[in-house]
Write a new protein. Structure first.
Length: 85
């Protein structure tokens, strides 16, 4: 399956303040997928993507102060199930 993951550290246009956004884009004929994203070890629970795109807003992994400018972010995608394959 063809998938692309994007990270928006300041969130999407619709994200709440202090949230980042993780986006999953899938190929046109991909099977559905049940998954969970973890951003620096914190998740918001399992999600399902049956269409082409999923956007999820997650609490920022750290605050926006300059002392965190060189910190890294680890995004983990756990695939829980493939649907309709």
């Amino acid at each position: 399956a063809n998938m692309r993951l994007a990270f928006y550290p300041n969130g999407s246009r619709t994200a709440e303040d202090d949230h980042c956004t993780v986006a999953l884009t899938r190929g046109p004929d991909s099977a559905g997928i049940k998954f969970e994203f973890l951003v620096n070890g914190r998740g918001i629970g399992p999600k399902v993507c049956l269409g082409r795109r999923y956007l999820g807003d997650y609490p920022m992994p750290f605050d926006a102060s300059d002392e965190h400018a060189s910190k890294s972010v680890l995004i983990v995608m756990q695939v829980l199930d493939i649907i309709g394959d």
